[in-house]
Design a protein around this ligand. Structure first.
Ligand code: AMP
Ligand code: ZN
Length: 111
């Protein structure tokens, strides 16, 4: 399958890997929107996070758990996690991923 994030998991294209286990890979976003901007993805291909949750709730939980662990390791006491589902919501890579953003303040609701 021609999937950018599958290729990162397979080591076929380089990424700045933050954490990797048999279930998930976390790496720095190539176009960071905050001082910390990490993507956490399942190693197995799913089109989006809803599909991960429907197919494997434990894996969906593992992704959120990893976000908390990385935030804690980086000393982030506040951070934002974000999931874009579908092109209309801004999803541009159709391999499930959770954005972990930190190191600046975030306005809510977004403008
Ligand atoms: P989304 O728009 O939610 O699908 O998020 C996809 C994210 O992947 C964007 O924030 C991109 O900057 C990021 N991205 C695209 N290509 C790469 C890459 N080769 N390495 C790291 N991050 C990437
Ligand atoms: Zn993939």
């Amino acid at each position: 399958m021609d999937c950018l994030f599958c290729k990162i998991v397979a080591g076929q294209i380089p990424a700045s890997i933050v954490k990797s286990t048999n279930l998930i890979t976390a790496f720095n976003d190539i176009t960071p929107q905050a001082p910390t901007h990490i993507l956490i993805i399942p190693n197995q291909h799913f089109a989006n996070m809803a599909e991960v949750a429907q197919s494997n709730l434990e894996l969906a939980g593992e992704i959120f758990k990893t976000a908390g662990e990385i935030a804690s390791e980086l000393g982030l006491d506040s951070y934002r996690t974000n999931v874009n589902t579908g092109a209309g919501a801004g999803q541009s890579v159709f391999h499930a991923h959770l954005h972990l953003l930190g190191g600046r303040s975030f306005a809510w609701p977004p403008g």
